[in-house]
Write a protein that binds this ligand. Structure first.
Ligand code: S3P
Length: 424
């Protein structure tokens, strides 16, 4: 589906409820599937990625049905051997989490993914899992992954990458092992898995950048999923760069391991306020007020990177509207996401007229630049690229055409409708 995007002349105004967090939805359905009894997941994401996790849990014998807006999971706490391939679609989170679980089962299984997921690196999980006794055959460390279920044993693993997917994979394997499994990472990545495991009664503790887990039975729970700050990010950036905008984003997750975009936007001079901070199912939540702002450049590097890793393409759009040179570094793992997000962002924003250069681990962006548009742009099968380009299109002098815009459905099917509500 091609999408035309035109310049907004009057600003964005009003309030929207941000749809459910993708990361938390994956964890909710996967962990509820491991808990014996009935769990209720309120506000489960409608994105295709969490639906891939749901489908796989069902293929492993878990009973899951939607009742109104609630996903009801009934599980025996034990997974059953699948009768076919388990298809993770475009979802790296599904593949990496399920590998950690399936490696320790009494049966064999095969995980497959779409074209983009089949190009993504899996050595980061198969290597530590092998140290735990796992047996996994891969296509040169890429999907499909053929998993031969084994009795796993605990390890202490120091990861060179700061990655919540790797961390969660090892914690989910460790949940099945005798002894203490420890995982450390250079900088702390999102901690939703640790929080939810704790909320469901697992024996887990965190000390700095190290998490320790031992074998535990999970308790079924009611889990309410908050709004996704990674989805809110597109509205935050649009509100900051479109003159006369004033918007309120309701019910957004404000977990400190995810709020790097707010820290950066404030550092750049963005007018952002948190209203009504509260907690839902063990996660901090609040409403965010954003207004159009004069912005200045900044440097984004080091420990903040995992806290805004998925927001970097749209932060690049933000930087085109900030006075001065914005430098983003230490983000080389962006090349391993749904697309090579460094190359893709630079190539497409250049077409619009941005002054942006690629480095090995990030970008150099000079602003403030009037974006011209009047061109076609590509999404590279990448939902976050599609949405970042849409936001850029809202400030281009001339319309742009985004090709294959349907990729937004991976995380945010409501995206265009919610933007239209604010344009009215
Ligand atoms: C995710 C972790 C991040 C992020 C991805 C979702 C998660 O990946 O980019 O979109 O839900 O744990 P990495 O852990 O590989 O950095």
């Amino acid at each position: 589906m091609n999408k035309f995007v035109n310049k907004i002349l009057i600003g964005l105004n009003g309030e929207i409820v941000v749809p459910a967090d993708k990361s938390i939805s994956h964890r909710a359905v996967i962990l509820a599937s491991l808990a014996k009894g009935k769990s209720i997941i309120k506000n489960f994401s409608k994105g295709q990625d969490p639906l891939s996790s749901l489908k796989i849990c069902k293929s492993l014998g878990v009973n899951a049905e939607f009742e109104n807006n609630n996903l009801i999971i009934n599980s025996t706490g034990k997974l059953l051997a699948p009768t076919t391939y388990l298809d993770c679609g475009n979802s790296g989170t599904t593949m990496r989490f399920m590998t950690g679980i399936l490696a320790g089962q009494k049966f064999n299984s095969i995980l497959i993914g779409d074209e983009s997921l089949s190009k993504r690196p899996m050595k980061r999980i198969t290597e530590p899992l092998a140290l735990m006794g796992a047996e996994i055959k891969s296509n040169n460390y890429k999907a499909p992954l053929e998993i031969f279920g084994k009795n796993l044993h605990s390890i202490e693993y120091k990861s060179e990458l700061s990655s919540a997917q790797v961390k969660s994979c090892i914690l989910l394997a460790g949940l099945q092992c005798d002894g203490v499994t420890k995982f450390s990472e250079p900088f702390i990545s999102r901690d939703h898995t640790e929080r939810m495991l704790k909320y469901m009664g697992a024996n887990i503790s965190t000390n700095g950048n190290t998490v320790a887990i031992t074998k535990s039975d999970l308790e079924p729970k009611t889990i309410e999923v908050c709004g996704d700050i990674s989805s809110a990010a597109f509205f935050i950036v649009a509100g900051l760069i479109i003159p006369n905008s004033k918007i309120i984003l309701k019910n957004v997750g404000l977990n400190q391991t995810r709020t790097g975009i707010l820290d950066v936007a404030k550092k750049m001079g963005g007018n952002i306020e948190i209203i009504d901070a509260r907690e839902i199912s063990g996660e901090p939540v609040g409403d965010i007020k954003v207004e159009y702002s004069e912005l200045k450049s900044c440097t984004i590097e080091g420990e903040i990177i995992p806290k805004l890793i998925d927001e970097i393409p749209v932060i690049a759009v933000l930087a085109t509207q900030a006075n001065g040179t914005t430098i983003i570094k230490d983000a080389q793992d962006l090349r391993n996401k749904e697309s090579d997000r460094i190359k893709a962002t630079v190539t497409e924003l250049k077409k619009l007229g941005a002054d942006i250069e690629e480095t090995t681990d990030g970008f150099i962006i000079n602003g403030k630049t009037d974006l011209i548009g009047n061109c076609e742009v590509e999404t590279y099968h990448d939902h976050r690229l599609a949405m970042s380009l849409y936001v850029a299109g809202l400030i281009c002098q001339k319309p742009i055409l985004i090709k294959s815009f349907e990729w937004v459905n991976i995380s945010f099917p409501e995206f265009d409708d919610l933007f239209n509500n604010l344009k009215a």
